[in-house]
Design a protein around this ligand. Structure first.
Ligand SMILES: Nc1ncnc2c1ncn2[C@@H]1O[C@H](COP(=O)(O)OP(=O)(O)OP(=O)(O)O)[C@@H](O)[C@H]1O
Length: 640
């Protein structure tokens, strides 16, 4: 439909608002453009609204030639206009080419908000500078470390892990992606041992820091690496093991804490003027890192410091804009290593790279990415492993097969009436809550008791996609709460609800030692006067430190967590996950990435609850989270 020539910006904005394409803030931004630049073309103002909306949806840029259908009248109109006249929206005081600050920037076929454009450019330059070949040690020295840490290469079952270690020595950026249990942590432990071992042999030990986007992920990384350092072979390394251990990092922090970011949004302690005193930074769970956080990180890293990103690129992206890991790992499946890269990997590891992964056309980023392919957590018969694989690949036939040929570890409950999962859940709730209705310990002797309650709670978690409605966090929590009280009638009532209720921390309160995403249980304890006192018990962040107690009155940002969203569960795992999909097959929140992330939170058992039947599952499989950005292109363009 070609709009009548008399159409004004207001007409278009009204259409966009009426169709739900635009929010009031997007329309307001377009009106500001018109007010400040009265001679700006209609396309410039409309572009402001559309780009603002896309940014709110997590996109870094709006891609003019996007092949997917535009999601509303304003985008469609703009797309038609710009595909005929690419410069129709250019108006240098408002929409420029990025060489000077303007509210909007056009670069090729992408439109950006200034802030996103500037962040993307800065990150691209920082990453591109790290793709330069670095002086690397002789392959024979690397091989000595890898053979000592992995054992001599035998059947090639850990080839990808060895390649990841070797690749890290060739440039200052390494990206390691892999699904659950593919050995990301094991690999990074061996890689750090190799890097530090080689540096120590030169008499120049490295300063290494470990970080993750959330406190929980940081704690898991620290615990896993502490275990890996303990498991280093006592003899047989090129250096004495104790000497090496003394130089390996023990603690991990959140990226926010490492950078010294302030909760009020004020300037961070570390930035370009005050870089982190580091030679190597490892960032785990990098799928949760958005463009803004990566920007803050690379700004605070000295130019020569190595950056190692670890994560599962198929998981949900961060809530904020950007899907950095997925974008850097775009070609990870095919590897696309140059013949030279493959040769160097062979020389340093003793394992030849298969021809299928060698491609002279691979770009510089491809050379820095290693994908770990073999899950050690799920064997070939594991239903969870097969579901994860089928969903990751969007393989509809495989999902149909799994629906019709159930495995022992995965159950599917289909239709709104199928509530067998509630029976399983009730048994879990009863095991969790029953001890709270009996004799209670005092705070002084509650540690093992509370630790057992936390362990029991970690055995099962209900996850869902939505926040609102009967199948969202709110409805499910209310339903499960009633059910929990039904299973254990004599539960004492605490300040926010009955004893044993799980609570999710929704904002960092570092002074209390609690972080966004922490899960705790509200527990009653016997007070010295014989009454009750209440504490939220959280797993201590230091491994082996038991339970961390917090006074409920001190916590300001918590919500009930019998059920929680898959987003909030990212970075956590549970023995049994009950994953509840929305009843409506058209729900935009049920995406392939959400399904994959939810499924891979389960270690031993998975229950899929499909109130809308299998159609919801099949629709979710087809729905991808798309995040438009130009990061990959910008990195390659920034290469010297
Ligand atoms: N090369 C290897 N040889 C022997 N065992 C290994 C090897 N790599 C990994 N494992 C084992 O496989 C399991 C999973 O490894 P790891 O925890 O490193 O994977 P991950 O990808 O970090 O997992 P997660 O999904 O939990 O983050 C661990 O028990 C680990 O000890």
């Amino acid at each position: 439909m070609t709009p009548p020539a008399t159409d004004t910006l207001d007409t278009w904005l009204q259409r966009g608002l009426a169709s739900g394409e635009l929010r009031a803030a997007d329309a307001a931004f377009a009106r500001v453009a018109q007010r400040l630049c009265p001679d700006a073309p209609l396309a410039t103002c409309l572009a402001s609204a559309v780009v603002s909306r896309h940014a709110a949806d997590g996109h870094i840029a709006w891609l003019i030639q996007r092949t997917a259908p535009p999601n509303g009248p304003c985008s469609a109109r703009l797309q038609r206009l710009l595909s005929r006249t690419p410069h129709a929206a250019d108006h240098p005081p408002w929409l420029g080419d990025g060489s000077a600050p303007t509210p909007l920037v056009r670069h090729g076929s992408r439109l950006y908000l200034w802030r996103h454009w500037q962040r993307e450019q800065a990150v691209a330059h920082a990453l591109a500078a790290r793709l330069h070949p670095t002086p690397s040690p002789a392959p024979v020295e690397v091989r000595a470390w890898l053979d000592a840490l992995f054992g001599p290469p035998a059947d090639g079952h850990d080839a990808d892990q060895r390649w990841a270690c070797a690749r890290t020595l060739h440039q200052a950026l390494t990206v390691i992606t892999g699904g659950p249990g593919t050995g990301k942590t094991t690999t990074v432990a061996r890689l750090l041992a190799t890097l530090q071992g080689l540096a120590l042999a030169q008499g120049a030990p490295l300063t290494i820091a470990l970080a993750a986007p959330t406190g929980k992920a940081a704690a898991r990384l620290a615990a896993a690496l502490a275990q890996a350092w303990r498991a280093l072979p006592p003899t047989g390394l090129p250096l004495p093991t104790d000497q090496l251990r003394a130089h390996l990092p023990g603690a991990a922090r959140t990226l926010h804490a490492l950078l010294g970011q302030r909760p009020d949004g004020g300037a961070a302690r570390h930035g370009p003027d005050r870089p982190l005193p580091l030679d190597v930074l490892v960032v785990d769970e990098a799928s949760m890192v958005d463009l803004e956080l990566l920007h803050a990180t690379v700004q605070a890293l000295p130019p020569q410091a190595r950056l190692i990103l670890l994560g599962d690129r198929d998981q949900l992206a961060s809530v904020q804009a950007g899907a950095v890991l997925a974008e850097l790992c775009l070609h990870a499946d095919a590897a696309r290593w140059h013949p030279g890269t493959a040769q160097a990997l062979h020389a340093a590891t003793g394992v030849a790279v298969p021809a299928a992964w060698i491609d002279p056309g691979g770009d510089a980023l491809d050379q820095a990415v290693v994908m770990l392919r073999r899950s050690r957590r799920f064997d070939a018969d594991s239903g969870i492993g097969r579901w994860a694989q089928a969903v990751r690949q969007g393989d509809v036939d495989a999902v149909h097969h799994l629906l019709h040929h159930p495995t022992a570890d995965v159950s599917v409950h289909s239709g709104p009436e199928d509530d067998r999962w509630l029976t399983t859940w009730s048994a879990h709730a009863q095991a969790l809550l029953q001890p709270l209705a009996g004799a209670l310990p005092t705070l002084a002797d509650a540690h093992p008791w509370a630790g057992e309650r936390l362990a029991q709670h970690g055995r099962l978690q209900v996850l869902c996609a939505l926040r609102q409605g009967p199948w969202g966090v709110q409805g499910l929590n209310a339903r499960l709460q009633r059910r929990a009280e039904g299973t254990t009638p004599a539960l004492p009532q605490g300040p926010w609800g009955p004893a044993g209720q799980p609570w999710l921390v929704t904002r960092n309160q570092p002074a209390l030692g609690v972080m966004n995403g922490d899960l705790g249980l509200l527990l009653p304890l016997r007070a010295p006067d014989g009454g009750l006192q209440w504490r939220l018990a959280l797993p201590a962040t230091q491994p082996g430190a038991g339970v961390h107690w917090v006074l409920p009155a001190q916590l300001q940002h918590v919500e009930p967590a019998w059920a929680m969203t898959v987003h909030k569960a990212q970075g956590s795992e549970f023995d049994h996950v009950i994953l509840v999909l929305p009843p409506d097959p058209d729900s935009p929140l049920a995406t392939r990435e959400l399904l994959y992330t939810g499924i891979t939170r389960a270690r031993q058992r998975l229950t899929l609850v499909l109130p809308g039947g299998p159609a919801t599952l099949l629709a979710a499989l087809q729905r991808r989270t798309e995040r438009d950005s130009g990061l990959r292109d910008a990195v390659l363009a920034a290469l010297p």
